[in-house]
Design a protein around this ligand. Structure first.
Ligand code: FRU
Length: 535
């Protein structure tokens, strides 16, 4: 409305001046009118761009329109819709008044924002939790023969956390809190983040829930989602340098072994993560419906080695015909999440990732790949280097000026058996770059964001990260996803991932390749694709 008023005012004034202007130039009034019209369009579109500009707004990662977001919650698939609920503060851009925000997607790429699903009420905040489709209406919440969606979340009050239910009979559009809440209360200050799933073998619901201070998870089982019986527990184990939060538990296929599955127990941890602050660890083993038996592991296993992958949990009820286990994480870190320089929103989710397990000489490892749906974002006209020496690849990259700000980059190296470390720089301005270092001697992939753009908003933001690499047969494959304010690295076909926020200048990007003295690896291929925005 206001835009229309403004626009008609501008148009009228300019229009009245035209005959006088025409008299003073050699142009006819009609020619001037056409020129003025285009000038007006240009001005309006530049103005709109300037006004709508939100520096650092991710273009293909989920963000709330405004205000604060943390953990993904209640992820469930129903009737062609991927539901994403999330920890949300409806009243501000810092943590507080926790409620569940809500969005849905039909393709895991574009998201539709929906109204708040579960709001803080009577001093009880809605902390993290999960949602399931109650196909058999075991809860009795269903209506007219329809299976209800049931959310299982933590109710948080000062010094007291318990587990509660809410249900929806209209595809998640409206929710009713269960009048019998709480359904599980141990009279504890720290008892949260229930993740519920249907355990096929015992035909019961299973809940894994965290006791953060004790660095433990409990397993509960139920026939109706309302009455819960404790059946087992796990921990402390693995990384225990912080509170255990947001667990998940699911069976996962082992790559290349038909029909083979193992159980994966996810335990997010804050602080004490691999790059400082928040981190996501996992255990591989077996689960019999009551107990989880972890395979022996020498050290904690990290799902992601960057600083910005937390509270990751997976989608429930993905159809068997799809068969994937998909998750995403909160792309931030409790250390500095409230200080990141974005407005009017704070925080983004990572891209959805497909999970699998891979048998390696060191044991089973969690493998993550961006969901295939994201390939829709690829624009025409990929730039490709089809293989050659390191120097040839570096020269080719130098010639690829003005790369788009949204990028997917694939790089494969061969014969990396020597001791020469090499670096990939993503330049985002004359003196801005984010550096990846591949070091065959230490078998590490390093990520340095100390010169990546804005870093001073928090003293620990500039910190680096490093992930282990195997360089199988002297090869290394890297896939990078670059958005306006994040970099996700999938190394060795998803075996190691590094997720980091960056806050660089807007504009075009350039990539460079450098190495120290000594034998260089071969570059077997580079593909650079510009990605489309979903905004
Ligand atoms: C993890 C967490 C959860 C809790 C929620 C509160 O980031 O601390 O344990 O439920 O955030 O917002």
């Amino acid at each position: 409305m206001r835009d229309d008023v403004l626009l008609s005012g501008v148009r009228e004034n300019a229009w009245r001046q035209l005959p006088r202007l025409a008299a003073r130039t050699s142009l006819t009034p009609t020619m001037l009118k056409v020129a003025a019209f285009f000038l007006l369009l240009l001005t309006l579109s530049l103005g709109a761009q300037e006004m709508g500009r939100e520096p650092f707004r991710p273009q293909f990662h989920f963000t709330p329109e405004r205000n604060w977001m943390n953990d993904p919650n209640g992820m469930v698939y129903l009737d062609g819709e991927w539901h994403l609920f999330y920890q949300y503060n409806p009243e501000g851009d810092k943590w507080g008044h926790m409620s569940w925000g809500h969005a849905v997607s039909r393709d895991l790429v574009s998201w539709e924002h929906l109204p708040l699903a579960l709001a803080e009420e009577d001093g009880v905040m809605i902390f993290s939790g999960s949602a399931v489709v109650d196909w058999g209406n075991t809860s009795g919440f269903g209506k007219d023969g329809q299976s209800p969606l049931v959310a299982i979340y933590t109710g948080h009050r000062e010094k007291r956390q318990d587990q509660r239910l809410a249900f929806s009979n209209d595809r998640g559009r409206t929710w009713t809190k269960y009048e019998g809440n709480p359904v599980l209360d141990l009279n504890l200050a720290d008892f949260r983040d229930p993740k519920v799933s249907w355990h096929e073998a015992s035909a019961r619901w299973v809940m894994v829930v965290a006791l953060p201070a004790e660095k433990k998870v409990h397993f509960y089982s139920s026939r109706d989602l309302k009455a819960w019986e404790r059946v087992g527990e796990f921990g402390p184990a693995g990384a225990v340098g912080g509170a255990w939060e947001c667990p998940d538990l699911f069976p996962l296929a082992v790559e290349g072994e038909k029909g083979a599955t193992k159980w994966v127990l996810i335990v997010n941890l804050n602080p004490g993560g691999p790059a400082g602050g928040s981190g996501c660890q996992y255990f591989v083993g077996d689960f019999d419906g009551n107990r989880f038996a972890a395979e022996t592991q020498a050290a904690p296993l990290w799902a992601d080695f960057g600083a910005d992958f937390y509270a990751a949990v997976s989608w429930s009820d993905v159809p068997v015909t799809d068969g994937r286990r998909i998750w995403l994480g909160w792309m931030s870190n409790w250390k500095y999440a409230e200080a990141v320089p974005t407005a009017p929103w704070r925080s983004a989710m990572t891209v959805p990732r497909t999970l699998s397990l891979r048998k390696t000489p060191e044991g089973m490892r969690l493998v993550q790949r961006p969901v295939v749906e994201l390939e829709k974002l690829r624009q025409e006209g990929a730039r490709t280097f089809s293989g050659g020496s390191f120097l040839e690849a570096a020269e080719w990259l130098k010639a690829q000026a003005d790369l788009a700000p949204l990028l997917e980059v694939e790089m494969t190296f061969a014969e990396v058996a020597d001791k020469t470390a090499f670096a990939i720089d993503i330049h985002t301005g004359p003196d801005e770059r984010t550096t990846l270092t591949c070091d065959p001697a230490t078998k590490q992939l390093g990520l340095d964001r100390s010169r990546s753009g804005q870093v001073a908003f928090h003293k620990e933001f500039a910190s680096g990260a490093s992930a282990p690499l195997r360089f199988v047969d002297g090869r290394l494959a890297l896939r990078l996803l670059l958005d306006t304010s994040s970099l996700e690295i999938f190394a060795e076909n998803g075996e190691a991932t590094v997720t980091k926020l960056i806050f660089p200048k807007a504009g075009s990007r350039q990539i460079s390749l450098t190495s120290g003295p000594g034998a260089n690896p071969l570059v077997s291929g580079i593909t650079i694709r510009a990605l489309r925005s979903t905004q």
